[in-house]
Design a protein around this ligand. Structure first.
Ligand code: ARG
Length: 460
């Protein structure tokens, strides 16, 4: 008989390389806390239903609690002799309380056990992600409030398009983050389903009480089908997918910031706390965090693709492939929480060069739409107005002059409908201030957006 937990049916030992290859203890020990919490609830249910005696439950509970204390003190030693966290903890429990430890696994399989641990792991991290997103959003709103009248170039195709308020940019990211928040919030629903009690795949003949266990563990709902329960990883896929989208948003912001700190833009300066120097070029100040966050987005996409691919070929129910579900999720948690924290700090300490932003809207043709709209307001069909202004821009480009630098007579040669009041509307700050359609960059429209953002933040 093999020495393994399942040894009864085996004559020879598992190949050593195979054993190491199959072991997950090196990474799934991150779920040790969840495994102990799950076991405590399970044994309590076994007592409540009379499946185990009060003495047995007492012995097992005391042992599990002692393991919790040891774990918190960093005193638990795990070994690959026991392939995963579940077997390691069972072995450690046996060391502590003897053979009665073997009763803990009554009416349970590692299949519903690991699924439960993993649900618990994600369930306990989601509130932290939500909280970090909220902190980040609060900083974005504050920056928006401070910069309602900060005028900067708005871009399409990375070309100066129309001047905008810097607040409009911050609020755009606020809204992206709000959708992220809502996605993670929804993620809780599919995470808050308890698999425990599904046993290996088909349920159990023991008179268990799954509602009792769910209450103990703080789960809202039970899986209604045991095959689904032990092999569903949608909650993890949703977590990875939500994280991938979140990182995509932060990567876009990173891309923006890496342009904004460049010598060509000089729109912002990041604090020394979030930048690094060069070992050779003494003048350098590199936006490392910004770049690294953009870079790490790729690995989160990878984790999502990896689990989607693992899942696509799995017949019901549990398959060992599922052991591959965890590392990507652990790494994602380890990535997105600090990313959100760092971003929050980085934006809070960033210096905004308002003059430079404004100056770069002065020396371009981003007020061309204003002139076209001005003519359209006088009854000129917009297409015609567009062509008239286009010709003025062409002339300006050849003579190295902007629209606002042209004499009134020159403008009137293009259209006699133009009068001296045009110089007012050609100013970038006026162009911004007046764009008050709902969601627009006009100062009033932005103040409405800020109010809405505050309502969202207050409404928790
Ligand atoms: N370490 C395994 C995993 O992470 C636990 C479940 C093992 N179950 C089994 N029947 N081999 O998926």
């Amino acid at each position: 008989m093999s020495k393994k937990l399942w040894g009864g049916r085996f004559q020879a030992e598992l190949d050593q390389l195979g054993a190491d290859f199959g072991a997950s203890i090196n990474f799934d020990q991150l779920m040790a806390e969840e495994d102990l919490i799950g076991s405590l609830a399970h044994v309590k249910m076994l007592g409540h239903t009379g499946i185990l005696t009060a003495d047995e439950v007492h012995a097992i509970t005391t042992g599990l609690e002692a393991l919790q204390t040891d774990l918190a003190a960093g005193k638990l030693q795990f070994s690959t002799d026991n392939e995963d966290i579940h077997m390691n903890l069972e072995a450690l429990l046996t060391e502590k309380i003897g053979p009665v430890a073997g009763k803990l696994h009554t009416a349970r399989s590692r299949n519903d056990q690991v699924a439960t641990d993993f649900h618990l792991y994600v369930k306990r991290r989601l509130p932290k992600v939500l909280e970090q997103i909220r902190h980040f959003q609060a900083v974005l709103v504050k920056l928006a409030e401070e910069n309602v009248t900060t005028v900067m170039p708005g871009y399409t195709h990375l070309q100066h398009a129309q001047p905008i308020s810097l607040a409009q940019s911050f609020l755009a990211y606020f809204n992206m983050l709000q959708r992220d928040y809502e996605r993670f919030e929804f993620n809780q629903q599919h995470t808050d389903l308890l698999p425990l009690g599904s046993a290996a795949l088909a349920g159990t003949t023991f008179p268990i009480d799954r509602e009792f266990t769910a209450d103990e563990l703080g789960f809202q709902n039970l899986y209604t089908n045991s095959l689904d329960a032990v092999s569903d990883r949608d909650f993890a896929l949703e977590f990875l997918s939500n994280s991938a989208i979140l990182m995509m948003h932060l990567s876009r912001l990173s891309e923006e910031l890496s342009l904004w700190v460049s010598q060509e833009f000089k729109f912002v300066e990041l604090s020394d706390a979030y930048t690094t120097g060069s070992s050779i070029m003494p003048q350098k100040k590199n936006p490392d965090m910004v770049e690294l966050i953009r870079g790490k987005t790729g690995r989160i996409y990878g984790h999502l693709m990896s689990l989607l691919t693992t899942m696509k070929g799995l017949p019901l129910a549990y398959n060992k492939d599922l052991q591959e579900d965890k590392e990507g999720v652990f790494d994602t948690v380890k990535t997105i929480l600090p990313t959100l924290k760092i971003y929050t700090g980085m934006l809070q300490t960033m210096k905004i060069n308002q003059e430079q932003m404004y100056a770069s809207t002065k020396n371009d043709y981003s007020n061309a739409t204003e002139l076209a709209d001005y003519l359209a307001n006088q009854g000129v069909p917009f297409r015609e107005a567009h062509a008239i202004v286009g010709q003025l821009v062409f002339k300006g480009l050849q003579e190295h002059r902007n629209l606002q630098d042209m004499e009134l007579a020159e403008l009137q040669a293009a259209s006699p409908l133009i009068t001296a009041d045009v110089y007012h509307v050609l100013q970038p700050e006026v162009a911004v201030e007046r764009r008050n359609s709902v969601g627009g960059t006009g100062f009033k429209a932005i103040k409405t957006q800020i109010k809405q953002a505050h309502a969202i933040l207050a409404n928790e």
